[in-house]
Write a protein that binds this ligand. Sequence first.
Ligand SMILES: Nc1ncnc2c1ncn2[C@@H]1O[C@H](COP(=O)(O)OP(=O)(O)OP(=O)(O)O)[C@@H](O)[C@H]1O
Length: 265
Amino acid sequence: MDTTVAPREAMTDPAIALDGVVKDYDGNRAVGEIDFAIRRGSVTGLLGGNGAGKTTTIAMIMGLVLPTAGSIRVLGHDMLRERHKVLHRVNFESPYVEMPMRLTVRQNLTVFANLYGVSRVRARVVELAEALELTEVLDRPSGRLSAGQKTRVSLAKALINTPELLLLDEPTASLDPDTADWIRSRLEDYRRERGATILLASHNMAEVERMCDDVIMMRKGEVVDRGAPQELIGRYGRTTMEDVFLDVARGRSSAEVPDADRPAS
Ligand SMILES: Nc1ncnc2c1ncn2[C@@H]1O[C@H](COP(=O)(O)OP(=O)(O)OP(=O)(O)O)[C@@H](O)[C@H]1O
């Protein structure tokens, strides 16, 4: 396996730092302006209703979309000027991004491994296939897989370069509860074993409560709140993140919560 050890002083830098970031599409503001920093080794949820700006924010962090204004630092480097120092240490998973369907799983994973400059490619593909229970489908065309198998393949692709930073856009969307639970456990194992940082956009609030140390709430392109799931639940006088999500999506701020509904401190 690849092991990339960051210099000790770099470990105190945030994994991701956004400062005054704005994204306009054809003059319409999709995101901005937003600031946040994400601690190394944490799992942070990026939450918000449809169109809140989560995917745009993740795409800017990955350097796929250029911000209209502001600066983005990832693993200590400016994404505008030093993307080449970062991209091989980051990876991404989304069930909405399809792989070339005619290539077999093995061929697809091999292409991505080569793109990322992974050493011992064959062994790495076999190792990941074993860990993610894909050995039996390695030589099957990627277009002929079930939704659960496709998700496991896209997770294998996301881990192929042993990333220090993993960006996940609804990693368990459209999976049955058992498969989704299995995927979450693999992500938790990876984070624990590697000390990786995970940024997770999700609409599944049980997933967020289980996995996230910290949550950034977005609405209409802006960051409107932030905290650990239990802190947010307390601040909004609620019992679940589902209710907090609904409050934020409907524009109810935590300042409007009557004191009687807040937990005693
Ligand atoms: N390529 C694009 N061109 C024009 N507008 C865009 C583009 N991509 C996103 N938008 C707009 O930017 C806003 C934020 O979209 P984004 O996809 O980032 O939201 P999201 O929070 O990821 O939503 P969802 O939960 O539905 O995936 C929306 O108003 C969307 O229509």
